[in-house]
Design a protein around this ligand. Structure first.
Ligand code: ZN
Ligand code: ZN
Length: 415
């Protein structure tokens, strides 16, 4: 009875602190929104985060993974270690939302002049997690264990030739010293309205891999194709052949998958058959074994179709982000916490986008939730999606994010 009472008391203290910190969270989000920085270049954001954590009495380790910051909050009682993650990077997008704190930042990206915008809402993630740090610092004496705050660069990918993101955070020891036992994260989205939390046990977001196929034939005159081997016709057959992998070859009742050829290039003139065609594409999958199987089938399909036409195909597959996989036992354990936060909890379909939160989940059990930030007077179809120059975050949804991560961390430590 005493435990229940003190747990309820701690819940109330957390909710009161979260309500109190909300205006500061919104202010911080606007500041970060107006000063967006691309992946591995989050210098201002990183400094803002580190300064704020130090003010709160949180131990700070920085830099990690270029511009990352790890905060360590030791509770007053012994216990396990839980990590909470926020990504900090913006996108090369010119903002088209008319806001007083709209971004007008420009920079160069892979040699191009670009605008910079928090078009994926990572500004909200930074502000929410700093809010959580303040809430939890206020109850640190009650906490059995340690909370680690992972402020991570470059979720959207590092610039060409650089490492970055969650993979580099893990590589540089973000989950060690002290060793993390579980990790939680969230993403704001316009798919769901303000006040709603969505999640899925198991595979929630896809693995993303890219491929390059080089088809080599033999160039000749466009009027005498029999004197050469036409790589354009062979490449066309490969494009169609690849589409039978998701639709006809893998068990689509188990999980959806996608193979997309997004770029195809060969030839310079109407009446010359070229030597070579190059194709680029993306692969999305939601099941680890299916992922490997699709890779093998892409290779076989391209090579054997090319061979049938007297050409050759060289297939190169680059592994990207793994499947964002919510540990089923952890998810089940934390559902009562989510239900405590709001009645608007939805178990949703997986999406074929990807998240590098998956690299943490490969090391420790993790749960990644969707936080609705769509204005209530808009439908999901009307609301511009993440990455759009019109992406809009309804700030009245941020308070629930602070409560969600605070309660997930505390409940996981105390139960
Ligand atoms: Zn994104
Ligand atoms: Zn994102």
């Amino acid at each position: 009875m005493t435990t229940t009472l003190s747990a309820a008391n701690l819940d109330q203290r957390i909710d009161a602190a979260a309500a109190k910190v909300e205006p500061k969270v919104i202010e911080c989000r606007r500041d970060v929104h107006q000063h967006p920085e691309l992946g591995n270049r989050e210098l201002r954001t990183s400094k803002l985060v580190a300064d704020r954590l130090r003010e709160l009495g949180v131990e700070v380790r920085t830099p990690i993974a270029h511009t990352g910051v790890v905060g360590i909050l030791k509770g007053g009682k012994p216990g396990r270690v839980v990590a909470l993650r926020a990504d900090m990077d913006a996108l090369p997008v010119v903002e088209q939302v008319d806001l007083p704190f709209k971004s007008t930042v420009k920079t160069t990206y892979n040699g191009h002049e670009v605008g910079v915008m928090h078009a994926c809402g990572h500004d909200a993630h930074v502000a929410i997690l700093l809010g959580v740090a303040e809430v939890l610092a206020g109850v640190r004496e009650e906490l059995p264990g340690t909370v680690k705050f992972l402020f991570q660069p470059a979720e959207e990918g590092a610039p060409e030739g650089e490492e970055g993101g969650a993979a580099l955070m893990v590589k540089e020891g973000a989950l060690e010293n002290p060793k993390v036992d579980a990790v939680f994260g969230l993403h704001v989205t316009s798919r769901y309205p303000v006040g709603e939390i969505a999640y899925r046990p198991g595979a929630e977001l896809a693995a993303v891999d890219s491929f390059k196929i080089t088809v080599r034939g033999k160039g000749t005159h466009g009027a005498y194709p029999w004197l050469g081997v036409d790589p354009i016709v062979v490449a066309s057959q490969i494009v169609l052949g690849l589409q039978t992998i998701p639709s006809r070859q893998v068990d689509s009742s188990l999980a959806p998958s996608i193979v997309t050829v997004g770029s195809i290039h060969g030839g310079v003139r109407n009446n010359i058959i070229p030597d070579e065609v190059e194709m680029l594409g993306t692969i999305r999958s939601l099941d680890a074994r299916m992922r490997d199987d699709i890779h093998a089938r892409i290779k076989r399909t391209a090579e054997d179709i090319a061979k049938s036409g007297g050409a050759t195909a060289v297939v190169k597959i680059d592994q990207g982000y793994p499947i964002t996989y919510n540990d089923p036992a952890l998810t089940e354990k934390m559902v009562p916490t989510l239900r405590k936060l709001t009645s608007e909890i939805e178990v949703v379909n997986p999406v074929l986008g990807a998240e590098d939160f998956s690299f943490y989940q490969q090391k420790v059990p993790g749960l990644f939730i969707w936080l609705g930030t769509r204005p209530k007077n808009q439908t999901a179809e009307e609301a511009p999606s993440n990455h759009s120059p019109l992406f809009y975050v309804d700030e009245s949804g941020l308070g629930l994010g602070v409560r969600a991560l605070s309660h997930l961390a505390v409940d996981w430590l105390t139960r």
